[in-house]
Design a protein. Structure first.
Length: 256
C-alpha cells in the first residue's frame, strides 16, 4: 500500500544518522514505552467516545510506533517491518483454520478454544498458558485475561449467579480480617473481592477496566460540579462540612 510505504520511508528519513531528526534519533525501545502506552489509551478513549475522527488519528499514531520500533530493530539487526507483517500474517492464517483450512467450528467459543490450543503448540517453551500474560498490564485487565485463559481449558463458572455467593464469602472474609485489624489479610481479601467482581463482570460481558473508568469519570464530573457550586458562593471546599458536601453531591448527581 502506497500510504504505508510512505510512512516507512518517513521513518527511514527521521532515523537517518546524517540528516535525521535529533529527537527521533535519540529514542530507544525503552524511551518510547510511555508514549506507546499513552497512544494506546488515546485509541481506547476515542473508541469509548465513539469519536471516529479522533480514532482515525490515534490509530495512525499507534501505527507510527509500530513502524518506529521496527525501524530501530532493523538498525540493530533484529528484524524489520516486513518481518513483523510476515509473522502476523502467518499467525492469523494458522490460528484461523476454520477460515483458511477445513477445520469446523460451531461458535465463537469454539474459535477461542482452538486459538488457545494452537498457541500452546506454537509456544511449547512456555510451561503454563498463563505465562504469556504480560506482567505490567493493569490489574483489572490482567485478572480478566487470567480468567479467560483458565476458561479456555474448561476451568470456569458456568454462569454469573454462583459467583455472587463467592463474592459474599469474600466480603465476609474481609470483614473478619478487618475486625481482627489484620492489615496484610485485609489487603489479600480486598484483592480476592476485586478478582471475584472481575469474574462476575466477565461472565456478563462487562469489561471491568472500562466500567471502573466510567465510574471514575462520573465521580470527577460530579466533584467538579460541587466545586463550581462552591466557587459561585466563594466557599472553600476544604472548609465545608460533610453534610453540606453531601447535599451538593446529590445536587450534582441530578446533572451528571
Amino acid at each position: 500500500m502506497k500510504q504505508f510505504d510512505e510512512l516507512v520511508a518517513i521513518m527511514q528519513r527521521l532515523r537517518d544518522k546524517e540528516s535525521g531528526c535529533p529527537w527521533d534519533l535519540q529514542q530507544t525501545y525503552e524511551s518510547l514505552k510511555p508514549h506507546l502506552i499513552e497512544e494506546t489509551y488515546e485509541v481506547i478513549e476515542a473508541i469509548e467516545k465513539k469519536d471516529y475522527q479522533a480514532l482515525k488519528e490515534e490509530l495512525g499514531d499507534l501505527l507510527l510506533h509500530i513502524v518506529f520500533q521496527s525501524k530501530m530493530a532493523e538498525e540493530n539487526g533484529h528484524f524489520n517491518i516486513k518481518d513483523v507483517l510476515t509473522k502476523i500474517n502467518k499467525k492469523m492464517i494458522n490460528r484461523h483454520p476454520h477460515i483458511f483450512s477445513d477445520k469446523k467450528v460451531e461458535s465463537a467459543e469454539d474459535v477461542v478454544q482452538n486459538w488457545e490450543k494452537i498457541k500452546k503448540k506454537e509456544k511449547k517453551h512456555r510451561k503454563s498458558i498463563l505465562d504469556e500474560i504480560p506482567k505490567g498490564i493493569p490489574a483489572l485487565i490482567k485478572a480478566k485475561r487470567v480468567q479467560q485463559k483458565a476458561s479456555a481449558v474448561g476451568f470456569d463458572w458456568k454462569a454469573a449467579e454462583p459467583i455472587f455467593d463467592k463474592l459474599q464469602e469474600e466480603i465476609k472474609e474481609f470483614q473478619s480480617a478487618y475486625q481482627e485489624n489484620d492489615s496484610q489479610e485485609m489487603e489479600y481479601e480486598i484483592g480476592d473481592i476485586l478478582f471475584t467482581i472481575v469474574n462476575i463482570a466477565r461472565q456478563l460481558n462487562i469489561d471491568s477496566e472500562f466500567a471502573l473508568q466510567k465510574s471514575v469519570e462520573k465521580f470527577i464530573q460530579r466533584f467538579k460540579l460541587m466545586e463550581n457550586y462552591l466557587n459561585e458562593e466563594n466557599k472553600d471546599i476544604s472548609k465545608c462540612g460533610l453534610n453540606e458536601l453531601e447535599i451538593l453531591w446529590e445536587r450534582a448527581k441530578k446533572k451528571a
